[in-house]
Design a protein around this ligand. Structure first.
Ligand SMILES: N[C@@H](CCC(=O)N[C@@H](CS)C(=O)NCC(=O)O)C(=O)O
Length: 224
C-alpha cells in the first residue's frame, strides 16, 4: 500500500495538493471521491475528514485536511514549495499568501462556479454576478503583483502559484472574464507548462474518465 494517499476529485482544489506532491516527486496514490454518489458524506470518508471535503491527505496512515495545512506540512517536511526562509516574519507572510487563496479567493470561486448551492436556481445569477464583482478586486491585485514577474514571488515558483492557478482555472471555466487580466492569463499558461502540473492534470483526466464511464461526472449549470 502506498504511504501517501490523496483523496481528490477532478477539477477541485485537491489539484493544488496533487501539484505539490508531484513537484516534490513523492510517490502517492490518488483516490477519487464520487460527489455525485455522496461518497464525501459516506461514514468511511467522514471518519477521515468529518468536513466531507477534498483534499484529504493520508500520510503515514493519518489523515490531514485543509490545503493550507497540507501544503505547509509538506513544505516543512521536504522544502521546495515556498521560498526558503528562517524568518518567522517571512514565514507568516507566506502563510498569509496561502490563506489569501484558501479563505479569500476560494469562497468566491465557489460562488462563481456553483452559486445555486447557496441560494437555489432562481437567485443564482445574482450571486454569480456579485461574486464576480468581488473577485475583480483580487484579480486586479494579483495582476499587479505579476506585472514584470513570472511568479507570485518574482523569479521563484512556489505552491502559491499553483493555488492562484487553480482559482483562475476554475472561474475562467465559469464564464468569469479572465481576458481582462493578461498577466494572470500568461501566468496560468506558464504554470501549465510545468511537468508537475501536467502530471497532476493527467491524474485528474484518468479520474474524470472513470467518472464519465460510471455516469457520475458533475456538470453544474452555467451562469453569465
Ligand atoms: N477549506 C478547505 C476547502 C476544501 C473544499 O471546499 N473542497 C471542495 C472541492 S474544491 C469540496 O470538497 N466540496 C465538497 C462539498 O463541499 O460538499 C481546503 O482549503 O482544503
Amino acid at each position: 500500500m502506498s504511504e501517501i494517499i490523496l483523496f481528490m476529485a477532478p477539477g477541485t482544489c485537491a489539484r493544488v495538493t496533487a501539484i505539490a506532491l508531484e513537484e516534490l516527486g513523492l510517490s502517492f496514490e490518488s483516490r477519487v471521491i464520487r460527489f455525485m454518489k455522496g461518497e464525501h458524506k459516506s461514514p468511511h470518508f467522514l471518519q477521515l475528514n468529518p468536513k466531507g471535503k477534498v483534499p484529504c491527505l493520508i500520510y503515514q496512515d493519518q489523515p490531514l485536511t485543509e490545503n493550507v495545512a497540507i501544503l505547509t506540512f509538506l513544505n516543512n517536511c521536504y522544502g521546495g514549495l515556498l521560498p526558503a526562509t528562517d524568518s518567522a516574519w517571512q514565514q507568516a507572510q507566506q502563510l498569509a499568501d496561502l490563506c489569501f487563496c484558501a479563505s479569500t479567493l476560494h469562497p468566491l470561486v465557489t460562488r462563481i462556479r456553483m452559486p445555486h448551492f447557496f441560494v437555489g436556481e432562481e437567485n443564482a445569477q445574482l450571486v454569480w454576478q456579485r461574486a464576480c464583482q468581488a473577485m475583480d478586486e483580487y484579480f486586479q491585485l494579483i495582476e499587479q503583483r505579476l506585472q514584470n514577474h513570472s511568479w507570485w514571488y518574482g523569479d521563484q515558483w512556489s505552491i502559491v502559484d499553483a493555488y492562484l492557478y487553480w482559482c483562475f482555472w476554475r472561474v475562467s471555466g465559469a464564464n468569469y472574464d479572465v481576458s481582462r487580466f493578461p498577466g494572470f492569463v500568461e501566468h496560468a499558461a506558464r504554470l501549465e507548462e510545468r511537468p508537475s502540473v501536467q502530471r497532476a492534470l493527467s491524474r485528474e483526466l484518468v479520474a474524470e474518465k472513470q467518472l464519465i464511464e460510471e455516469g457520475l461526472r458533475f456538470t453544474p449549470p452555467s451562469y453569465s
